[in-house]
Design a protein around this ligand. Structure first.
Ligand SMILES: [Zn+2]
Length: 311
């Protein structure tokens, strides 16, 4: 899995939205139009050469985690969480629905706000999620790291993690949510450099992404999975049911009795009835055919007439 030089990843993954049509990681034109203040110019252009996202730092983190993978199961679990998160492979409702459209119908929504469809993208924008524990963890981890590296700077991380005025209305995830998603918007990196972090800027920036992903997993994802498991248990969805693809009759029965009928289910029922009607007609035609061949068609002209209309 490459990032920096891997155009295919930029074009095919769910991170597609961060790249332009040619797969280039440049600041979108619509955002560049809003850049008017000197601060914004510093944030977006001076340090990063108009790169939009610092994918090199994501790559750094992936390499570090791959190295740490061998340290033990918890390292390995975090490594795979990070890779799944970057590639939108976590079992969010929209992903689960691809495998079990019946089980995870439209009655399932975000476990935090309760009304939006749960996608990974939504989790990074959901207004019902409290991001302050994640912000605090990132601030603490970064301060510890600068201390360990003997850097004497009073980093104002709260300022570094505010959304720049140029992109306030762009509908992008907040700075802390972007870090939690595994990437660093270039303005955060520029602010670190402008705050005097020069020699160890990539180490510190990579550390920020790592602690944000870790805290997101701890404070948001685990809580989300807890709520998900509770709801699944309440509805009697077992692990073995989740392992098999939809089409299992036991599950269809269960769904008919336990969930409210949605437009999807109504359409499916209608389709099933139409198929059954068609099959009955087919059987009649076949039976009639064999009678006709055996005894001649004259006796069956009345029935064959109505069937002929159907056919
Ligand atoms: Zn939500």
């Amino acid at each position: 899995m490459g990032f920096v030089n891997n155009a295919e990843w930029s074009l095919n993954s769910h991170s597609r939205k961060w790249f332009d049509n040619d797969g280039h990681n440049t600041l979108p034109f619509s955002l560049a139009n809003n850049i008017r203040s000197l601060d914004d110019i510093n944030d977006f252009y001076v340090e990063n050469n108009s790169n939009f996202i610092r994918w090199d730092l994501t790559w750094n983190l992936c390499q570090t985690l791959r190295h740490q993978n061998r340290f033990g199961p918890e390292f390995s679990r975090f490594n795979s969480f990070n890779i799944k998160c970057l590639n939108n492979c976590l079992p969010t409702i929209d992903n689960l629905r691809k495998r079990h459209p019946d089980m995870y119908d439209s009655t399932w929504s975000c476990h935090f706000c309760g009304h939006h469809e749960e996608t990974l993208e939504h989790l990074f924008k959901c207004t019902s999620i409290d991001w302050s524990p994640i912000t605090n963890s990132v601030i603490n981890a970064t301060n510890n790291l600068t201390r360990r590296l003997n850097i004497n700077s009073n980093l104002d991380l709260n300022r570094i993690l505010t959304t720049p005025s140029a992109i306030q209305t762009a509908g992008l995830p907040s700075p802390i949510a972007s870090l939690a998603a595994g990437y660093m918007p270039s303005y955060i990196f520029a602010r670190l450099r402008n705050s005097g972090i020069l020699h160890h800027s990539t180490t510190i920036a990579t550390g920020m992404i790592k602690s944000a992903v870790q805290s997101f997993r701890q404070y948001v994802w685990k809580e989300r999975c807890l709520r998900q498991t509770n709801k699944e248990q309440q509805l009697g969805i077992t692990k073995s049911m989740k392992r098999t693809y939809t089409g299992n009759s036991r599950r269809s029965q269960y769904l008919q009795t336990n969930t409210t009928t949605t437009a999807y289910h109504a359409a499916k029922e209608k389709w099933k009835m139409a198929t059954e009607r068609g099959l009955t007609m087919m059987t009649q035609v076949i039976r009639l055919g064999s009678h006709g061949i055996d005894n001649g068609w004259a006796h069956y002209s009345n029935i064959s007439h109505s069937l002929a209309k159907f056919l």
